[in-house]
Design a protein around this ligand. Structure first.
Ligand SMILES: C[S@@+](CC[C@H](N)C(=O)[O-])C[C@H]1O[C@@H](n2cnc3c(N)ncnc32)[C@H](O)[C@@H]1O
Length: 299
């Protein structure tokens, strides 16, 4: 499938960036301002029918739960990268998360972040602004490369800046919900292949979901997802798994032994819940639901 089809998904990187501004994630607030994240939300939600302004207000209130969801997701990926002890990272579909900019402040880390070319062009402009604003030095260890995660040769090309004699950690967040079953298999094969070119490694992702996790949400979230599907032309969560066991089996079939942990265990402290006033019962609910997966090659 041409990149053009996937580029429709790119607006969601702005949605994610909008909700991360309520956290203490490095650069999150600058990113949200610079890329016009609020406008992206408005663009997406304008397809929703609101009978009056008040209803729109209620809607905005109800979907604030995304702030802790996305804060937890981001921080849990950082937590597991650090736990892995691996210092070469390949991030797929990195959007505007800027984890690479933050982690590459450590000179011992080599961070390659990849996404589609349209996002990367905007991100490069953003990085120039941030590097100047915060006087961030360039150690040559943070690489922004355009690569379609479903194109093996592009991923191979992207990793040529890394040392194959050392292990690699491959991470992605917020990509799999947009993929079909075939595309997910393709992704898993590509990741397994890239790891095989290195001295071992791991795949870390919070993206695997079970049907019960994605179904157990408020009507506002269902509506918001419909709006995202309409904008991206992708049925999100179309291929969720029926259980954690099926996720393990899927990964086993692709040459991985996988296990999961709770995102919140890897992601404390969370700052956004008090900033956006999430109800304690809603927060506890998502804390219990959100998992992050670590997949290690079996052979
Ligand atoms: C929901 S956003 C998540 C962005 C980022 N990971 C984050 O959490 O902020 C989805 C991202 O997937 C990217 N994307 C979609 N299809 C892709 C593909 N085939 N290859 C690489 N990136 C892709 C989009 O450009 C977008 O940046």
């Amino acid at each position: 499938m041409p990149d053009l089809d996937y580029s429709k998904i790119s607006i969601t990187a702005k949605v994610v960036a909008y909700y991360r501004q309520f956290s203490d994630i490095p650069f999150a607030s600058d990113v949200s301002d610079f890329i016009g994240a609020r406008e992206a939300i408005e663009e997406i939600t304008k397809t929703l029918a609101f009978e009056n302004g008040e209803q729109k207000e209620i809607f905005a209130e109800e979907i604030k739960i995304y702030a802790p969801i996305l804060e937890m997701r981001y921080k849990s990926v950082v937590g597991l990268i650090q736990k892995s002890g691996i210092n070469q990272i390949l991030e797929l579909a990195s959007g505007f998360s800027l984890r690479g900019l933050s982690m590459a402040k450590n000179k011992n880390i080599s961070y390659v972040e990849t996404d589609l070319s349209g996002i990367n062009a905007e991100k490069n402009r953003l990085l120039t602004v941030l590097q100047k604003k915060y006087d961030i030095g360039d150690f040559g260890n943070h690489h922004i490369i355009s690569a379609n995660a479903l194109d093996r040769s592009q991923l191979e090309q992207a990793t040529t800046v890394l040392n194959q004699k050392k292990p690699i950690a491959i991470v992605n967040e917020g990509l799999i919900p947009y993929l079909s079953t075939n595309e997910l298999s393709n992704l898993a094969q590509n990741i397994r292949y890239v790891i095989s070119q290195f001295a071992g490694g791991t795949w870390i992702t919070p993206d695997f979901t079970t049907t019960s996790m994605t179904a157990d949400v408020s009507e506002y979230i269902v509506k918001f997802r419909q709006a995202i599907s309409g904008t991206t032309n992708r049925q999100i969560y179309q291929d969720t798994f029926d259980s954690e066991e099926s996720i393990k089996n899927f990964l086993k079939g692709h040459g991985f032994n996988a296990h999961y942990s709770s995102q919140v265990d890897e992601a404390s402290p969370l700052i956004s819940p008090s900033r956006v006033n999430v109800k304690p019962q809603d927060l506890n609910h998502i804390k219990a639901q959100m998992k992050i997966w670590t997949a290690l090659p079996t052979r």
